[in-house]
Write a protein that binds this ligand. Structure first.
Ligand code: FPP
Length: 287
């Protein structure tokens, strides 16, 4: 076993299978318990978990409800997953709550989503303000958001900035390409102003100019709702992220389903571009 600075643990592929179905993943739980009951709690968890919460509309249709009620049910799941991730000790959680393309939806659906977002921030203000356990950062462009929501976000970001426990990233009016473009413009301006030399630019400079600069790259990106694509989410940051997809629509997602995915995550062998042989050697050195 070897541990990266990110906290991610690599297991020798000979010890655990790479891909598991649900049944197999369940049968792994006792192995982790036997090794160390805290394994799944801390060491093997993703440091940064990012989630594309998809399938609210289809869930609503299936249950004969309005799309708004689908999103409302989704917001409740987002509340539960935030608390669960906090209890588990996952230090960074990002939720994709509204994409820069979602403005193409009917105005009444957009209004409903904005209302739910405001309620979500109010409803979780205990974690932000009273318990001071969650620090909020919003990724994306706040300018197009309803002014009351934008003001609430700015205040919560400020009031929670010294909180320790967990960082919650809410991607709101967010698009990965727009984020990269904006970062490039920031860097170009610094170069034109003579504050930055073009020859000295590195990947770190670009990462630091992104909205997510204070977050590590996601270790695990989950998408619910059955689609298998990234949809313009964290394009730069997810270069080496483990991807997982589930057909479960977001309103039906829960702590148990997340646990199963976290167990599968512990079995993924992450090489970050190194060859399996090089990784094996590193593992043997550490054992
Ligand atoms: C996709 O469902 C989901 C969204 C557009 C945004 C996610 C929003 C929520 C979970 C509710 C508000 C969030 C918070 C954090 C309060 P969809 O409508 O695209 O589903 P469909 O693909 O089945 O139509």
């Amino acid at each position: 076993m070897t541990r990266l600075a990110s906290g991610q643990v690599f297991y020798s592929p000979t010890r655990l299978p790479k891909q598991l179905d649900d049944g197999e993943a369940n049968s792994l739980a006792p192995i982790f318990k036997k090794q160390n009951p805290n394994d799944l709690q801390l060491a093997n968890l993703p440091r940064h978990l990012a989630i594309i919460m998809d399938g609210n509309g289809r869930w609503a249709k299936l249950h004969g409800k309005s799309r708004f009620l689908g999103h409302k049910a989704g917001a409740e799941v987002a509340r539960k997953i935030l608390r669960y991730a906090l209890a588990k000790g996952i230090p960074y959680l990002t939720l994709f709550a509204f994409s820069s393309e979602n403005w193409r939806r009917p105005q009444h659906e957009i209004d409903g989503l904005m209302r739910l977002l405001e309620n979500y921030l109010d409803g979780n203000s205990d974690t932000f303000l009273d318990e001071k356990r969650v620090r909020l950062t919003v990724f994306g462009n706040k300018e197009r958001l309803p002014p009351a929501l934008a003001t609430k976000i700015t205040k919560l970001e400020q009031d929670s900035r010294n909180n320790v426990g967990m960082d919650l990233g809410l991607a709101l009016n967010y698009g990965g390409r727009a984020e990269i473009l904006q970062a490039t413009q920031r860097i170009a301006r610094a170069c034109l102003a003579g504050k930055q030399r073009v020859e000295e630019l590195s990947e770190q400079h670009l990462a630091a100019a992104l909205d997510t600069a204070a977050f590590p790259d996601p270790d695990l990106l989950l998408r619910t709702g059955g689609e298998k694509r990234i949809s313009n989410f964290m394009l730069w940051q997810s270069a080496y992220t483990e991807l997982m997809f589930t057909n479960c629509p977001w309103p039906d997602f829960d702590e148990k389903k997340l646990d199963k995915m976290l167990i599968e995550f512990t079995t993924r062998v992450r090489r970050f571009g190194a060859s399996p042989e090089a990784e094996q050697e590193k593992i043997q050195e550490q054992e």
